[in-house]
Design a protein around this ligand. Structure first.
Ligand code: PMP
Length: 440
């Protein structure tokens, strides 16, 4: 009997034994093409020799030094390379061990910034419905994912939510993409007026929405308008790039394409590429300076922040994404994947939308293509697709059906940036096998 507390008690998982390139192998020797990088994590595949060596070398040299005593070479070098490639104005890196921790740190950092700058009345956040920002209490509160939150609601911080920018379901007939983007962003102005802008710390959003909607990019101009509204009211713009960052969408930071300057950006997943658990909260010089010149101390911290082995792994990953050209490869491969998905499923009676950027693609599954009517959540279509895909030897990341009763199921694809053309075909073919098993 297993003593591990599994995710789902009624369906014990298979045992993963080893990984090689874009494949994972289970204890029975079955191979799975990793079409989702786990949950958009394994951007370099499973046996990257350079990252493995960086981990081994750092573990042998010095595994751990607590940050209340020391910084370390890998932590410093990684921060330098992140900042050299970060959006304009972003100047400091606060390390954590994963995505939820990155969001928690972002929320506390934003709150402390308001205290340091004499704005204690700012105590709440605005985020978007159908969003996910992590499973710790404040991150969960920030997300707009009703079913995940309900059991814990009385314990959580004060956040309100506007609509996500989700053209497939929200853009009206005859409305241009730009007008839709402006209309969606203007919900932030309306919500600020409703709650009182002087009470709001920040607005939190994913530039390209991952798990909850399935690789949904924003409408053109949406984030520019959001930035204007934030500036007008002294509200911080906090972008959650835990899933969509680190080259996933074809640029190192997903927000590069939007031409906006965030105040805080969170990253994780692809930063360690699965070789080590690591995340980071990056902030502007203005935020850092306010704390340095104020109390001088960010009132936060965990035992494993800036873990040298995790930083060494992430440094090796980041070098590959930047100097190694793998972010560019994500952009190019993503276009090829998109073309193949459209050729295979563009006319599929139950695929309503194919979208995404780089190696971050989503397919929305609907009962009726014309009306966009989703399948009855009771049918559990997304779970069935995940199971059928695994049977066919493919890992993909389906979600949905039940999120706020508002949308259909979707499949999220986030493969490693190292696939070859034959593996792109294999991915699409196996996905087709899973769709045939479930949807026909
Ligand atoms: N933010 C986003 C956008 C995410 O997708 C996730 C994880 N799916 C998180 C935060 C939380 O990250 P973690 O699971 O590493 O805590």
């Amino acid at each position: 009997m297993s003593h591990v507390f599994p995710r789902h008690s009624r369906t014990p998982p298979r045992t993963a034994l080893r990984g090689e390139g874009a494949y994972l192998y289970d204890a029975e020797g079955r191979a799975y093409l990793d079409g989702s990088g786990g949950a958009a994590v394994s951007c370099l595949g499973h046996s990257d020799a350079d990252v493995i060596k960086a981990v081994q070398d750092q573990a042998a040299r010095m595994a751990y030094a607590h940050t209340s005593f020391f910084t370390s070479e890998p932590a410093e070098e990684l921060a330098d390379l992140l900042i050299a490639n970060a959006p304009e104005g972003i100047e400091r890196v606060y390390y954590v061990s994963g995505g939820s921790e990155a969001v928690e740190a972002a929320l506390k950092l934003a709150r402390q910034y308001m205290l340091e700058t004499g704005q204690p009345e700012r105590s709440r956040f605005i985020a978007r419905r159908q969003s996910y920002h992590g499973n710790t209490l404040a991150a969960l509160a920030t997300g707009g994912n009703a079913w995940r939150k309900e059991p814990f609601a009385p314990l959580m911080i004060d956040t309100s939510h506007i609509a996500p920018c989700y053209a497939y379901r929200e853009q009206q007939d005859g409305e241009s993409a730009e007008n839709y983007g402006r209309r969606a962003a203007d919900e932030l102005e309306a919500e600020l007026q409703r709650v009182g802008p002087e009470t709001v710390i920040g607005f939190v959003a994913e530039p390209v929405v991952g798990a909850t909607l399935g690789a949904v990019p924003p409408a053109p101009g949406y984030f520019k308008r959001i930035r204007e509204i934030c500036d007008r009211h002294g509200v911080l713009l906090i972008l959650d790039e835990v899933m969509c960052g680190m080259g996933r969408t074809g640029t190192l930071f997903a927000c590069e394409r939007e031409g906006v300057r965030p105040d805080i950006v969170t990253i994780a997943k692809g930063l360690g590429a699965g070789y080590q658990p690591i995340g980071a909260t990056l902030c502007s010089g203005a935020i850092y300076d306010a704390i340095r010149d104020g109390s001088g101390f960010f009132q936060h911290g965990h035992t494993y922040i800036g873990h040298p082995v995790a930083c060494a792994a992430a440094l090796a990953v980041l070098r590959k994404l930047t100097e190694g050209g793998l972010t560019r490869r994500s952009a190019e491969l993503g276009e090829a994947l998109d073309a193949k998905l459209r050729a295979a499923f563009g006319q599929h009676p139950h695929i309503g939308d194919i979208r995404g950027r780089g190696m971050f693609r989503g397919l929305e599954i609907v009962e009726d293509r014309e009306t966009k009517e989703p399948f009855d959540p009771a049918r559990g279509v997304n779970k069935a697709v995940k199971k059928a895909a695994m049977e066919a030897g493919l890992l993909c990341y389906p979600m949905g059906g039940t999120i706020d009763g508002k949308r259909g199921d979707h499949v999220l694809l986030a493969p490693p940036f190292i696939l070859d053309d034959a593996q792109l075909d294999e991915l699409v073919e196996k996905l087709g096998t899973a769709f045939r098993a479930v949807l026909e």
